[in-house]
Design a protein around this ligand. Structure first.
Ligand code: PDD
Length: 289
């Protein structure tokens, strides 16, 4: 069969149809798991180090242990990219608190119940040259009703998934989440506006995911002498901005051209987002491993 991926599950490389996880796995029963998405360009991993560090932080915050070391995880990422001939795409990694053999709210003893580790690849030819980056995307805003620890990258993605569906039904591409009158982040990305050449994005806290792409983009922007203000902004401020964009491992820097039906700036992708996307892709390719 063609397109049969090789995936990794708990120590084994297997054809995707043979990889199995227990029905008692806490990832399945309780969304008790964390994940990372690392993009692949030119067959190499983008910012693996950042993703590995954030994974460790998510694990620590949830007192979860991972049976595989970060060095081994790097080797598994590389092996899957090679085995599946991934040139452009991503590697998905999930670690859960494992399968104690029953359903119980109490965490199992990690000595008796090792965590489950699953990795698979997604091939996305043309990822860097995405047509959406040229046209920009349309966004709606909706209330942010997620839990209070969004800095932990857990697999509880039901609300972000519902938010994407609401955007789709409204004829848009994505949603920005709003809490106490200000934007937290996108469903699966960090949110930015540009005003008078200044880049504005919410400061880091437990309210948002600490994006690995965000960290890199802000670093490159500073190196290019751009001015950055880390603070929350409202939907009205975003609608009146010169530009808006989002960042994530799967979209890099993606311009936003419409928000709740109002065009942003000229209604076309702006120069700051375009420049940041170019710098991000260039620098990330150079540093890829
Ligand atoms: N999402 N905020 C949220 C809520 C996210 O889910 C993500 C990533 C980001 C951006 O983080 P990073 O730059 O490290 O990808 C921000 C991934 C891509 C996903 O769920 O597919």
């Amino acid at each position: 069969m063609t397109n049969m991926r090789t995936v990794y599950v708990n120590g084994e490389y297997l054809p995707e149809t043979e990889a199995k996880i227990s029905i008692f796995d806490r990832g399945f029963l309780m969304a008790d798991g964390v994940y990372e998405v690392t993009s692949v360009l030119d067959g190499k991993l983008i910012d693996f180090d950042g993703h590995a560090k954030r994974l460790q932080r998510s694990l620590d915050e949830l007192e979860m242990s991972c049976p595989v070391s970060m060095e081994e995880l790097l080797a598994i990422h590389r092996e899957l990219v090679a085995k599946n001939d991934i040139i452009e795409g991503m590697v998905y990694l999930q670690v859960t608190r494992g399968a104690p053999g029953d359903r119980d709210f109490v965490f199992p003893d990690p000595e008796e119940t090792p965590g489950s580790v699953v990795l698979f690849t997604q091939s996305k030819p043309g990822l860097a040259d995405s047509p959406a980056a040229k046209t920009g995307i349309k966004i709606i805003s909706i209330e942010d009703i997620r839990w209070g620890r969004r800095d932990i990258k857990t697999v509880q993605l039901l609300y972000p998934s519902m938010a994407k569906m609401m955007a789709k039904k409204a004829g848009c591409d994505d949603a920005w989440l709003v809490e106490d009158g200000v934007v937290t982040e996108g469903t699966s990305n960090n949110a930015y506006i540009v005003r008078g050449g200044k880049i504005i994005t919410r400061e880091l806290s437990n309210d948002i995911l600490h994006g690995i792409t965000r960290a890199a983009v802000l670093r490159f922007a500073r190196e290019a002498q751009m001015v950055i203000e880390e603070r929350a902004f409202t939907i009205e401020e975003a609608q009146a901005a010169d530009e808006a964009f989002v960042t994530s491992a799967s979209t890099f820097v993606m311009p936003v051209v419409e928000l709740d039906g109002s065009p942003i700036g000229s209604g076309a992708p702006g120069p700051v987002a375009a420049r940041l996307r170019e710098i991000y892709l260039d620098e990330s390719r150079k540093a890829a491993i």
